[in-house]
Design a protein around this ligand. Structure first.
Ligand code: EPZ
Length: 417
């Protein structure tokens, strides 16, 4: 099992180029199943989850060609409708192939994704909404067996609560449904907008008719498409926090700053100095970090995927802070490990009370989920001495070349086999 060795404490200085978004790439790759024409995707991040999704597409019969900066997908002979457990279990977003397979074939057998460290991750909202398009399904042997004998029929569907994955699955499914579909109470994360922009480019008829309402008119023919995926806003936020927590000075490049407005305003409030340019942001961390009371929320609120990273920063604030996690039921797995480094964080239900004024001590650590593992690196960067982080396969699911990007800005970090 690989591990990371980090020597702190050094101020990070320099430039970081942000990779493509994992959470935009995954639904776009699933959406590519709708088309029988050649699709070329650029700026896909080189991370494990993308490799897994490409393997899943190959298992469904897609022909995939990977070159250095692009992936070419040919689904002209894609005819399999079975997404196996061994692929979906490691990457829950595999459930996103359910919508396109049903749209194309009226049948799909997809492994239930199962839970993960941060929560049970049910898919009831996906299934209930798909049934409104005429899908009948049963759960058997850990699989969803879904059928739409007359094909998908457009309908008006209101999601009972905001769900990124369910919104994505339904948008993709409705693109080939007969007639028109209105989806209400949609999640509006930037990755969903990126998915919609991609689908429109392939010839799908999609229009945002209100903030959380989308109109989709089914089509039958799609076009050859070239598309470049948006930047990873969570990776960008992670490096912004890395600069803030090490009192460093970093330029984050290849981003659209307006998409991370909420995060930038929070970092300014905490005391970081932020300069915004067209496709980059420069951040200078301050000695004085102000405490905060904050809740995670669906976009445009503060993203749950940055909660663990912000918690590390708030450990160094001048007073106590509170973070309330409103999206997932078990997303404080990083707290125990941070407390082993000297943090004093108390969790009460979905609230974490974070004592300020902490100096992290180095330690041997265990990663538990993707974003928790990166928070351990952030803490280790500020701890004087050597820390070792185990089970970094969690990290490799969503951060491209993290140790080389950090080394480039002065971190003393290396991967040990
Ligand atoms: C997406 O997960 C992201 N994953 C997550 O990022 C992100 O944290 C999450 O959205 C929230 O922004 C990808 O895009 C691949 P949801 P998703 O459906 O779609 C409950 C990362 O670190 N729910 O918006 O699974 C669910 O349990 C990952 O990159 C139901 O109850 O999130 C959760 O509590 C982690 N029933 C809440 O809704 C359902 O049918 C939000 O989930 C679906 C979801």
């Amino acid at each position: 099992m690989q591990k990371l060795e980090v020597f702190g404490a050094f101020k990070l200085k320099g430039q970081v180029r942000i990779s493509g978004s994992k959470n935009a790439s995954l639904p776009i790759l699933a959406g590519s199943l709708l088309s029988n024409k050649k699709i070329v995707l650029k700026n896909l991040p080189k991370v494990k989850d993308i490799e897994t999704m490409l393997s899943l597409l190959k298992s469904l019969g897609s022909k995939i060609k990977i070159s250095d900066n692009q992936v070419t997908i040919d689904n002209s002979n894609q005819n399999k409708k079975f997404a196996s457990y061994n692929l979906v279990k490691t990457m829950r977003a595999g459930i996103l192939v359910l919508g396109p397979l049903l749209a194309k074939f009226g049948y799909a057998k997809v492994s239930l994704p199962g839970g993960c460290a941060i929560g049970t991750r049910p898919i009831d909202i996906h299934l209930k909404a798909l049934s409104k398009l005429g899908v009948k399904f049963k759960i058997y042997n850990g699989y969803v067996i879904a059928k739409a004998s007359k094909g998908l029929i457009g309908n008006t569907i209101k999601f009972p609560k905001l769900s990124v994955g369910a919104t994505e699955n339904l948008i993709i499914a409705a693109c080939l449904a007969k007639g028109t579909t209105f989806l209400l109470n949609c999640a509006i994360e930037p990755e969903i907008k990126d998915l919609v922009n991609f689908l429109i480019k392939t010839g799908c008829k999609i229009k945002w008719v209100a903030k959380r309402k989308i109109k989709i008119t089914g089509v039958s023919e799609l076009k050859e498409t070239n598309y470049s995926v948006m930047f990873d806003r969570i990776e960008a936020g992670t490096y912004l926090v890395a600069a803030a927590v090490t009192e460093g000075k970093i330029k984050i490049q290849n981003i659209k700053p307006d998409i991370i407005n909420t995060e930038l305003n929070i970092l300014k409030k905490i005391g970081s100095k932020i300069t915004i340019k067209k496709n980059e942001v420069q951040i200078t961390g301050s000695k004085q970090i102000k405490s905060l009371k904050i809740k995670t929320a669906p976009y445009p609120g503060f993203p749950t995927d940055l909660q663990a990273q912000l918690m590390v920063l708030l450990c160094k604030a001048n007073k106590n802070s509170i973070i309330q996690e409103n999206i997932f039921e078990n997303r404080f797995m990083h707290v125990a490990e941070l407390n082993r480094m000297g943090a004093k964080i108390l969790t009460r239900g979905n609230k974490a009370i974070i004592k300020g004024g902490i100096n992290f001590a180095p330690a041997e650590l265990m990663a538990t989920d993707l974003r928790a593992s990166v928070s351990l690196i952030l803490a280790a960067l500020t701890a004087k001495g050597k820390s070792v982080i185990n089970r970094i396969y969690h990290l490799d699911r969503g951060y491209e070349n993290i140790e080389s990007k950090l080394r480039k800005v002065g971190a003393k970090i290396r991967r040990l086999n």
